[in-house]
Each structure stands twice: as C-alpha cells, then as structure tokens.
Design a protein around this ligand. Structure first.
Ligand SMILES: *[C@@H]1O[C@H](CO)[C@@H](O)[C@H](O)[C@H]1NC(C)=O
Ligand SMILES: *[C@@H]1O[C@H](CO)[C@@H](O)[C@H](O)[C@H]1NC(C)=O
Ligand SMILES: *[C@@H]1O[C@H](CO)[C@@H](O)[C@H](O)[C@H]1NC(C)=O
Length: 844
C-alpha cells in the first residue's frame, strides 16, 4: 500500500510539467508551494515533514505542490524555523540538512476574489468620504438610481466639493424642470433612448434635414444632440445619469445633419415657439479664428419673433455655446449668434475651476458652467437604448447645462421674462479663483471676458428667482452715426472717439438703465486680425469688444459689424461713451476708422408708453452713408463737448489687452480737443445738442489754432457753423464717394462679401453661401456650423481609441494624451477652413 503510493509519487515526480495536479480541496487540506533545490527530492521532503506530494507547480522549475490535512500552523515554515533554532543551540550536527533545499515556502491562503474585467469598479480613491456619503444620501432621498449618477461630477462633485452646479438642493425642493420644455436645436435626439423617451416631447420636435416629424439621429455621428439633451433632461430612471432638469420635457429640432437654408434655420430656431420654452444651441460659425459671421436677417427676425411672442410674450430663452476657438484667438464677439442680445452665451470652466484652453472669451459672454478639461468631461446620455458617454465636452456641453438650469428657474417662476433670466444670471453667477480679468462692474458684480459674471449656481439662481421683481419692458437708445474717417495709428495707441449720452436723450428714449450695449461699426483695414476695439463707459467699465486674431488675414476690417457687451448691466448710461480702435501690429497693413453707432438696450422708465422693438430690416444701418438724410443730423449744431471726439489715447492705458509697444513721442498728450479739427464730426451729432457742459465753456470753445475773429461765442458759432456746413457738405460727398469706391473695390475682389448690405433679404443667403464656399472650399457639409464640442466632426472613440478601453472607466485615461489629441484636432480644424469670412450682416 505504502510502497505503491511511493511508487506512484515517484512516477509523478518524474513526469514532466505536463502532469496535472490532483484537484485541490481547500476544505480538507492545506497546500504548500515550495521552491526546492534539486539536492532534496520532493518525496524526500514529503516523507520528512509528513506531507503529501501533489506534483510540480505548473511550469515553474523546482517548484512543487504539497498538501497536508488542515492544520493551524505552517508545517514547512515551522520546521525550517525549528532547524534554525536547533542549529543556533547546536542541537543538531552541522552539515547539510534536507530542509536547506527549501528556498521558498508559502502556505496557501484563500484570497479575495478577482473581479471580472467587465465589471467597472466603483470610484477608486479614499474609502468613503463625507462627500460620497452626502452624494449617496441625496441619491437615496431623491430616489435616483441612475447608474452613472455618481460619475456626474458636474452635478455633485465628491472629489473637489463645490466644483459643480450646486443643483441637488434645488431638486430637494421639488424643482426639477416640471412643465418646462427645452428644445435642442442640433443633429437630432434619440427619442427611443430609455433615458429620454419619457421626457421626449414630439410636438415641439422636427427634422429639418430629412423633413420628417421626428428628429431621429440617422448619421453615424449624430450623437451630439442626444448628448446635449441628456444633460438637460435625462430622466430619473435606470439608464445612464440624470439631466439638470430631469422632469422637464425635451424636444429636438434637427438642422446640423445636412444642407439647410436661412429659411430652414429661421423655421428651426423658433420652432413651435408656443410649446418650446428654451432653445439650446451648441453650434455656430467656424471657430477658426478668422471667421466673422452673423445670422442672416430671416434668422435674426425669427429670434426676435420668439423673444416677443414666445412663452406668452415673456420671451423664449436662447442659450448659445460660446465657441471653442480660444486657442486660435477666436472671440465670441465675431459670432453673431453668441453676440446677440437675445441669446445667453455660455462658456466653459473645467472641473478644477480653470479656463479650458478652447473656451472663447468675449464681452458678450454672460456666464460659464462646467465642461471638459482638467482630465474629465461631461457624463451624459448617448445614442442607443441604454448608452452613456463620459466624453461630452467643449462649450457644447456647457450650453445645455445652462439650458437645464434655466428650466429650473422657469419652473420656479414661469412668469419671468427673457431679460429677467439674464438679470438673474448676472446677479447670481459666482466668480471663482481662476486668474482672469475680473473687474467690478458699476452695480458691484464681477465680470470677466473669459468667464462672464462667473459660473452658474443653480441653487443661487433659483433662490433669487423666487423673489425676483420682473423688470419693466425693454427700451433702447440709438446714437447717431459717429463719423470718424481717420487713420488708425499702429501699435499700442488707439484712435478714440466719444459720444456723450445726456439724461435728456435717455428720458426721450424712455430708457432707465442699461442692460446690453451694441456697437455697430465700420473700419477699413488691410488686415482685420490686427484690430482691437474697446468701449469705455461713463461708469469706467471697459468692454473689450474685439481682440486681435493672429490668423485673421482678411483685408476688410469691419463692415457694419455689430459688437455686443453685457459688461454694462445696470449702468445708468448717461455720460461719455468712448470707443477706442487699435491697430495692434506695427506692419505695413493699416486702416481707417470710418464710423460707429452706439445702441443702449435696457429697462424702460414708463412701461405704458414702451413699444416692442420693430422688426429689423435690411436698411436699418443704411443711414450712415448719407449724412444729410438722417433726421438726427438736421436739427441743431453741436457744441464741442458733445461732439464725438477723436484722440490718440496714451499708450499706458491700463485696460489694453494687447502687448505694450514703445510709444512714439508724438502721442504723449491725450489730445481730445484736437478732434475739433474735424468739424464735420462736430456737426454730425445734433441729437446731443443741449449739452449740459456747453454753458460752462470758456470764451471760445475753439482750440488755439482756430481764430476767434474777435467776436462773441455766438457769432463764432455762426461763422464756424457756416464753415462747418460747407465742410460737412464736402465731407459727405467725399465719404459717399469713398464708400461707393470701397464697395466697388471689394465686390471686384470678392463678390460674395458685398451683397450683404446692398440687396434685399436674399443678400444674406448669397453672402452666407459665398462665405461657406469661401471657407473650406465647400468641404463643410453641415452648413449650420460647427458643433461646439471641441471634438467636432470626429467621434470620441476615434479621439480616445488609444487610451480608451471599454472596460475601463474614462477617468483612468491619460489626460495628457487626451488633451494633446484635442489640441491636434483643433490644429487640423483650423487648417481646414480658410474662412475668409464676410463680416456678414449687422447683428441683432
Ligand atoms: C472536500 O473535503 C470536504 C471535507 O473533507 C468534503 O466534505 C468535500 O466533499 C470535499 N470536496 C471535494 C470536491 O472532494
Ligand atoms: C449650494 O446650495 C446650498 C443649498 O443646497 C447652499 O447652502 C450653498 O450656499 C450653495 N453654494 C455652495 C457653493 O455650496
Ligand atoms: C404648465 O405651463 C403652461 C404654460 O406653459 C400653463 O398654462 C400650465 O398651467 C402649467 N401647468 C402647471 C401644472 O403648472
């Protein structure tokens, strides 16, 4: 019996590694893995220690498996220690011992089970922090079982508490977007997704690409709209995560997946304005740093229609993504959608409260919210029955978070107007630590061109909405056209021109306080990207309306382009507004500041007499070409202080964003008064005639080079008035011919860039079509513009395929690679469109 056992053991021992070990039974036996050098055979060791030899340990040379009936101690280790002890005490004879061959021994222990690789481990890191506990409690209270809720850091950030939209406290109050409809104007919306189907609102939806009722995603890359929709309105259910307004209705209008016209876009952008409350638009003209494009007149009118008729007259809410072109110096004021006074422009901040390299800055940006960057992105619904993504990003992902937040505001106070919503944003957005040009505004808020008034805080804005007194209707004041027609000095100086707004003017305009300002201007320049424009308000706030763009080589300057600023919310508006145009580069490209017109938009004084803004027409800005035809130019003659003044501003002006250049000595003195050498300008702004400063003027209002003729001020006035009239006439002629010539020249050079202002409504179409053809040589199929997701046109899988593993959670990926890929993408995008770009229509 025993001999046969030994025989079989020996046989086993001589077999190769291919021999199978007998099955182990961890209930009945202990197992030992032992590295045993060849001087002792396994059987010898087995006999010595009373073990059973099971066989070789797989392919490992000299490694063997032994077993013994279950026992508390470690038979092998104990024997080795015992031998050592005996040797120390010399209880054994010196010389070799079979146990000396044991190089390694390990009694086997059952270990925690491995996880299958298809299981995504729950959040790694510190066991369970207070933040995670709080998050779980909230989820439990609100009965949120959505599987990726804990990944949705933008909703509740457990890693960096506070770096989120602070919304769960709002949900706790039952404010979840009920009875509010947001419409995603995009590339479709997967209404069959389990995460969206219950909130999907077919009656507010349409497909303008395939001309069918349901905006179903059909192209392989039609995922953008669904992802945006998920951020707003993903339901509270067992699929993916939740939207910011998870009980809101969500509709979709599909325009980005094929060719459309201005007409289609106009139809789309206020589609079912009686049913949709919020339009969320995460797209726009190319963000290549050289495009300047505004919505055509039809689209502009469609937006105004929704502002005046939507939500029973309280106005539809438009949310636009700011744009992703910051890395190529793009600025959202070159985009007529984001710089419309009717849209809330939302930029991005990353999870570390830092500026993500792509998010554009501009004076028209109202607010920012969280999006991709800093190693993570937005986790939301994707196309598919139950598909999620952790890779939604860019300003595309920021806009819909804004839209969702506004849905909460509208549930709390449905009677608030579109302007109330903007006011609430201004009053409750939260500035944060990132370095930026944060500046205190006239009403004590803090504004940055990069982050607007700060980041959206859902709790703060909803709390404020509950008690907000609705603002009175919108009024406006338009200045006359200010004719400058002067060469712009190169370098850090600027050419300044001012207009004095008097209390009387605003009283007449029924305007109580400013909200938006828009400034329409013409600058002829051989290289548009060299230009920058600042606007200084009477309250001392500076808006950087335009900034230099290194890739913008267009030899046009600004052609009736309208810039917008939200930095003056709450200002009175009375006093001197100064626009400063700079030619920031010293090179052979120069230009002329032709003219400008300031518009102040804000709250009216008397709502009873306030009318709605008339619909804009093609001819709204035509008046500036014909000086004498405008009624504003025919009443009285201005006295110096109220005329627009032209001066070189000192090069050490504090607000300038451009690099300081050595200033030529000639520009040392601010010479506002030298402006009077342009008497045309003085007589061109008669609306400002009864200037309060006129009476305090000295004996002569003329600077020294002008003779006084030894007569009274009044007579001097008449003399100069007569001279002025003659000069005005000559200058008008000159200007007229100059403009005509300029138009002819430009049309000769580039047809499409000119039809914009001359013709009827189809002028826009041709302008746009031309522009699109010009940009990218017809490459762009999606005429609606770029998706603002920072990975536009490329699937995330492509972007991340190197590092992304289906079984790995996204946050594991190497952030550096991710950012580099995005940067590469950005670079190639910029290379694709040549985007000469017409300066398009006047904006809204
Ligand atoms: C393992 O050993 C236990 C206890 O001796 C016994 O009950 C069990 O049946 C054995 N399992 C196998 C698979 O042999
Ligand atoms: C967030 O919301 C809570 C209420 O839920 C509020 O007390 C808090 O001040 C808000 N802000 C931050 C930064 O947490
Ligand atoms: C939902 O909103 C509509 C207007 O959009 C309003 O007429 C209706 O009363 C609201 N219903 C509820 C339950 O609040």
């Amino acid at each position: 019996m025993r001999a046969s056992a030994i025989c079989s053991l020996l046989a086993a021992a001589t077999l190769t590694a291919a021999a199978h070990l007998p099955p182990r039974n961890y209930t009945s036996h202990d197992y030992y893995a032992i590295h045993l050098s060849s001087s002792t055979s396994p059987t010898e060791l087995a006999v010595l220690l009373g073990l059973t030899y099971d066989g070789e340990l797989g392919a490992l040379p000299e490694h063997h498996v032994f077993k013994a009936p279950k026992h508390n101690g470690d038979i092998v280790e104990d024997a080795v220690q015992e031998l050592k002890r005996k040797r120390r005490k010399r209880e054994v004879s010196p010389g070799p011992h079979p146990l000396d061959s044991v190089r390694f021994t390990q009694k086997q222990k059952l270990k925690p089970r491995h996880w299958k690789r298809n299981i995504i481990p729950p959040r790694a890191g510190p066991p369970v922090t207070d933040a995670i506990k709080a998050q779980r409690e909230i989820a439990q209270t609100l009965d949120i079982k959505d599987p990726i809720f804990e990944e949705q850091w933008h909703i509740f950030n457990v890693k960096d508490p506070g770096n989120d939209v602070n919304v769960t406290g709002v949900w706790m109050q039952g404010i979840t977007g009920k009875n509010v409809t947001a419409c995603i104007v995009d590339d479709g919306l997967d209404m069959d997704s389990q995460d969206l189907k219950d909130n999907f609102f077919a009656a507010g939806s349409y497909d303008f690409n395939d001309h069918v009722d349901l905006p179903k995603p059909r192209l392989a890359d039609d995922r953008h709209g669904t992802r945006c929709a998920g951020e707003v309105s993903a339901g509270r259910n067992n699929a993916c995560g939740v939207g910011i307004a998870y009980d809101s209705r969500i509709s979709g209008v599909r325009i980005l997946s094929g060719d459309i016209t201005d007409m289609d876009e106009a139809l789309a952008i206020n589609y079912e304005l009686g049913k949709n409350d919020i339009y969320s638009c995460s797209w726009g003209p190319p963000d290549d740093g050289k495009t300047m494009q505004a919505p055509g007149l039809l689209i502009e009118k469609a937006m105004i229609e929704a502002i005046q008729k939507g939500r029973d007259g309280k106005g539809s809410i438009y949310v636009f993504a700011a744009g992703n072109g910051a890395a190529s110096d793009d600025n959202c004021n070159f985009d007529g959608y984001t710089n419309s006074i009717y849209s809330i422009t939302v930029g991005a901040v990353d999870k570390n409260n830092q500026h993500p390299y792509y998010s554009e800055a501009c004076s028209a940006q109202l607010v920012v919210t969280y999006s991709s960057g800093g190693g993570d992105a937005i986790h939301t619904t994707d196309v598919g029955a139950n598909k999620c993504t952790g890779q939604h990003g860019g300003t595309s992902a920021a806009g819909p978070i804004g839209a969702g937040t506004y849905a909460l505001v509208l549930q709390a106070r449905p009677e608030l107007s579109w302007r109330d919503v903007q006011w609430l944003t201004v009053m409750t957005a939260v500035p944060f630590g990132a370095t930026s040009d944060w500046t205190k505004t006239a009403i004590g808020r803090t504004f940055s061109h990069q982050f607007g008034y700060g980041k959206l805080d859902a709790w703060a804005i909803v709390e404020a909405a509950k008690t907000w007194t609705p603002v009175k209707p919108q009024a406006w004041f338009y200045s006359p056209w200010m004719h400058v027609n002067k060469a712009i000095p190169e370098g850090a100086q600027g050419l300044a021109s001012s207009f004095e707004v008097t209390e009387e003017m605003l009283k007449e305009a029924n305007l109580e306080r400013v909200e938006h300002i828009t400034l329409t201007m013409n600058v002829a320049h051989q290289r548009r990207g060299d230009l920058s424009v600042e606007l200084l308000s009477p309250d001392g706030m500076t808006s950087h309306l335009s900034t230099a763009r290194r890739d913008d080589d267009v030899a046009l300057g600004y052609d009736d382009w309208t810039f917008m600023s939200v930095a003056h919310f709450g200002e009175k508006g009375v006093g001197k507004w100064t626009v400063v145009v700079k030619d920031t580069k010293i090179n052979d490209k120069t230009g002329t500041f032709t003219d400008w017109k300031l518009r102040l938009w804000g709250e009216c004084v008397d709502p009873k007499i306030q009318k709605l803004r008339p619909m804009p027409t093609d001819h709204d800005d035509d008046d500036h070409d014909v000086l004498t035809d405008h009624p504003a130019h025919t009443t009285t003659i201005s006295v110096p202080p109220s005329k627009p003044t032209v001066s070189e501003i000192p090069s050490d002006h504090p607000d300038r964003p451009v690099a300081q250049k050595p200033k030529p000595s000639s520009s040392t003195a601010p010479t506002e008064t030298t402006a009077f050498e342009e008497p045309i300008i003085a007589t061109a702004s008669p609306t400002s005639s009864p200037s309060p400063t006129a009476s305090s003027a000295p004996d002569t209002f003329l600077p020294s080079p002008f003779p006084t003729f030894g007569v009274s001020k009044r007579t001097q006035g008449w003399i100069y008035f007569s001279i002025g009239l003659i000069i005005v006439f000559c200058a008008s002629l000159a200007t007229y011919f100059f403009l005509q010539r300029r138009k002819r020249l430009r049309s000769a050079r580039d047809d499409y860039e000119f039809e914009v202002l001359d013709d009827m409504e189809d002028g826009d179409d041709s302008a746009r079509t031309g522009m699109l053809n010009g940009a990218a040589g017809g490459k762009r199929a999606k005429r609606g513009g770029e998706l603002y997701d920072a990975f536009a046109g490329e699937s995330d899988e492509d972007l991340l395929s190197d590092t992304e593993d289906e079984d790995r959670p996204y946050r594991d990926q190497d952030e550096r690679i991710y950012d580099e890929k995005l940067a590469m993408r950005e670079g190639s995008d910029a290379g694709v469109s040549s985007g000469s770009g017409s300066s398009g229509r006047r904006g809204v």
